[in-house]
Structures are given as structure tokens and as C-alpha cells.
Design a protein around this ligand. Structure first.
Ligand code: C5P
Length: 403
């Protein structure tokens, strides 16, 4: 395999120090990097540390005679297989979205003919600002890939979305991108994936939830995207960054998940991996329920809409292939098969989530795929591998059904 290379553009955010780790991680995976450090980025880390880790010159200025003589900025922007912008500040997202090129980084972003992967990093309110979201949407429409941002504590002391994806996650996204370039079996397909838990509010501070981490659903979305599918991932609250090349819609409740899923249609296939809460509190109180008044001794519940069931039974616009999951603790195959028939989905992926299996929240999974044609059990394997195999089965099935 030929060695792949990235041109890393390091913007001016506190997360710039993590880009040093990213260079090391990429190099361990056999991916070479060259870097452009913006002048704001150079306020956080130095060209010397970047150059020492890449083992190559660190580029900083657009109007530099020596650099232009050695390697012009246009050539630099096309010298790598992929451009990675990390941290992608609001400024570094805005310039290519608006077509502005007034320094080396923004010029490279407009001059390149290679794909670009952005790892945004900024304060939560900046990330949520409509202008930033508009720019992100524009870049996605232009074909850009995104990894993160994640949710968590920020250097500024606030909490929320805007934390740059961890270097290993960015490196995963880069590797996934390179791995997937050769497989276009799902090109032109739109697939909707639901993942994660849902949070069903009781009052402004409490909610009902479950132990789902979202790992399996996110891995499936990533695998499908690598195979060329356009993927809409409808995700409940998780700690995970959006997989590269996937449009992620974040929701909280089952009803929001239902709305977002229906809005995402039409789709060729739907994979319902989310651990949707079956019930929600009948009443969500506006004020925190006081324990002294005995208000929490019981909670009246009402049933949530069943997304898998609704999708499978759509009269118009039903995805050609609907895949459900059945997390069971006993009589697994029997329960899962009954569920497949009851809900009307084509396949159901059954797994054992009883205590001690480590499946819920863990990195591995042991699944059986049930369909009208029969059942197939897979050995215990990483969730990423389950995802890859399932995505491949989905590609085969869709291609079979379109002939
Ligand atoms: O009935 P149960 O929750 O075990 O069914 C699991 C399957 O149904 C999963 O695929 C899950 O994503 C889906 N489901 C759903 N909406 C619900 C409940 C479950 O889509 N309200």
C-alpha cells in the first residue's frame, strides 16, 4: 500500500497542543504529515515543535519568497492526499465557507483539489452560533468531512459541545477516510441510523435514561459512510464525536428522534440501533419536583412512539431495508425473532446485554442476525468490526434488491 499523507492546518485555539499528539498518532499509523501553522496557532505552539514532529518544514506565511521558491502554496495544498484542519476555529471554518483566502491556511483550503476533514474546536456558544452552524452546513454541502466536536469541559471553564475530537479519534477518521476511498459499494445510497439512548425529562434537572453508549450505532454510521453512503445519524445524548463524513442530528427524547428520523427520509435503508426509552414521564414539570412534598415517590409513565415499528410499516416511502436491534437478557433469539415479526423489520440484530457480558457501553459485541431467511451468529468481536460486516451485508442486500 502506498503511504498516505495529510496536510495538517493548525488553527489558533487552545486545542492546538493536541495537534502535536495527532501528528505522532498519524505517524504511528504510517501516515505522513506536513503542517501549516496559522499565525494565531503560533501563539499556542511553535513551528519548531510542529516541524520536529512532522520531520518536515512547518509552513506559516503566504508571502514567503523562500517557501514559494521551494514549494508554492498551490502545490503545497495539493501535495497531500487529505487536508486536516485541527483545531478548526470559527475563523478557519468561515473563510473557506465564504471563499475568503487571505493567509496561507485559507488559501490552501481554497486552492486544494483534495478532500478536507475539519475537527472544530471552540467555545460552546461560538459553536452554537447560527453563523458558525451556517458555515458548517455550507462546508458539508461542499463535500467537507467533519469529526467532532465532542461534548465536555472546556478550557474556558464552560461545558458543552465545542471540544475538539481527541487526536486518536481524528486519526481514526483519517484512517477511515483512506480505508473507505476504495469501496464505493454504497455510493448514491442514503441511510438513516439511530443511535444512543434517549433522555426523557421528568423535571428541569432529572430524566429517565439507559446505559447505551451509542458506540455500536456510531460505528455502523462510520462504516456505511466509508462505503460511500450518505449517512444521517440521529443520535441521542452521547459523548461521541460525529463520525467523519456523517451528518449527525442530535436529539434528546424519543419523540424528537422520531421527528428527526421521519424528516431524514427518503432513505434506501434504516438501521435502528438506538436504545429508545419505551416510556416517558406523563408530565414534565416546569419546576424541580421537591422531595419534601413526596412528588417523586411515583412517576406516571406513558408509551413513547416506536420508530422502528413506524418505519417498517410505512405505506409510502418505506426504506427498502429496515434493520432493528434487540438487546435481550434472556431467551435472546426467540425474543428477537418475535420482535422482528411484530415490528415488521427485515433484519434484527440480536445481542445479549445481561450483566457480565459488558456489551452495554463496552467495545465488543456478540450478535446474531435474524431475517426471514434464517439466522447467522457472529463470534465476539469489536463493535467496529460488527459495524463493518453489517455495512457490507447491507451493501450486498441493497445491490441485490436494486437488480
Ligand atoms: O422493543 P425494543 O425496545 O426491545 O426494540 C428494540 C428495537 O426497536 C431497536 O432497533 C430500537 O432502536 C427500536 N425502537 C425504536 N423505538 C422505540 C423502541 C425501540 O425504534 N420506541
Amino acid at each position: 500500500m502506498t503511504t498516505k499523507s495529510v496536510l495538517l492546518i493548525i488553527g489558533g485555539g487552545i486545542a492546538a497542543y493536541k495537534s502535536l499528539e495527532l501528528i505522532r498518532d498519524l505517524s504511528k499509523r504510517g501516515i505522513r504529515s506536513k503542517a501549516i501553522l496559522t499565525s494565531a496557532g503560533a501563539e499556542f505552539i511553535t513551528p519548531l515543535s510542529v516541524g520536529s514532529l512532522t520531520g518536515a518544514k512547518c509552513y506559516t506565511a503566504l508571502f514567503n519568497l523562500t517557501d514559494e521558491a521551494e514549494m508554492g502554496h498551490i502545490e503545497l495544498s495539493r501535495s497531500a492526499d487529505l487536508l486536516v484542519v485541527a483545531p478548526a476555529t470559527a475563523d478557519l471554518l468561515a473563510k473557506p465557507a465564504l471563499g475568503v483566502a487571505n493567509d496561507l491556511a485559507s488559501t490552501a483550503l481554497l486552492a486544494t483539489d483534495k478532500p478536507v476533514l475539519y475537527a472544530p474546536a471552540m467555545n460552546v456558544r461560538m459553536w452554537q452560533h447560527p453563523a458558525v452552524q451556517r458555515n458548517v452546513a455550507t462546508l458539508k454541502d461542499d463535500g467537507a468531512l467533519f469529526v467532532g466536536p465532542g461534548e465536555g469541559d472546556m478550557a474556558c471553564g464552560e461545558f458543552g459541545f465545542g471540544r475538539m475530537a481527541e487526536p486518536s479519534d481524528i486519526a481514526d477518521a483519517v484512517e477511515a477516510h483512506f480505508a473507505g476511498r476504495s469501496d464505493g459499494r454504497l455510493n448514491g445510497r442514503h441511510i438513516v441510523v439511530t443511535a444512543g439512548p434517549t433522555h426523557e425529562p421528568i423535571d428541569p434537572v432529572r430524566y429517565l435514561a439507559n446505559r447505551s453508549s451509542g458506540k455500536q450505532g456510531y460505528a455502523i454510521a462510520a462504516s456505511l459512510a466509508r462505503m460511500g453512503a450518505q449517512v444521517t445519524l440521529i443520535s441521542g445524548p452521547t459523548e461521541l464525536p460525529s463520525p467523519a463524513g456523517v451528518a449527525t442530528v442530535r436529539i434528546q427524547t424519543a419523540r424528537e428522534m422520531m421527528d428527526a428520523t421521519m424528516k431524514a427520509l427518503p432513505a434506501d435503508a434504516a438501521v435502528c440501533c438506538a436504545a429508545v426509552a419505551d416510556y416517558r414521564p406523563e408530565i414534565e414539570t416546569e419546576h424541580k419536583i421537591k422531595k419534601e412534598r413526596g412528588g417523586l415517590s411515583s412517576i406516571a409513565l406513558e408509551e413513547n412512539p416506536d420508530i422502528l415499528n413506524a418505519l417498517s410499516k410505512l405505506d409510502v416511502g418505506r426504506p427498502k431495508l429496515v434493520v432493528g436491534f434487540a438487546a435481550e437478557t434472556d431467551d435472546i433469539l426467540c425474543n428477537a425473532n418475535a420482535k422482528r415479526k411484530r415490528k415488521g423489520c427485515d433484519w434484527i440484530v440480536a445481542n445479549d446485554v445481561s450483566t457480565g457480558t459488558g456489551t452495554m457501553g463496552g467495545d465488543n459485541n456478540t450478535v446474531t442476525i435474524l431475517s426471514e431467511a434464517g439466522e447467522e451468529s457472529w463470534e465476539n468481536m469489536p463493535k467496529t468490526q460488527v459495524a463493518g460486516r453489517l455495512a457490507s451485508y447491507i451493501a450486498d442486500e441493497l445491490n441485490k434488491r436494486s437488480c
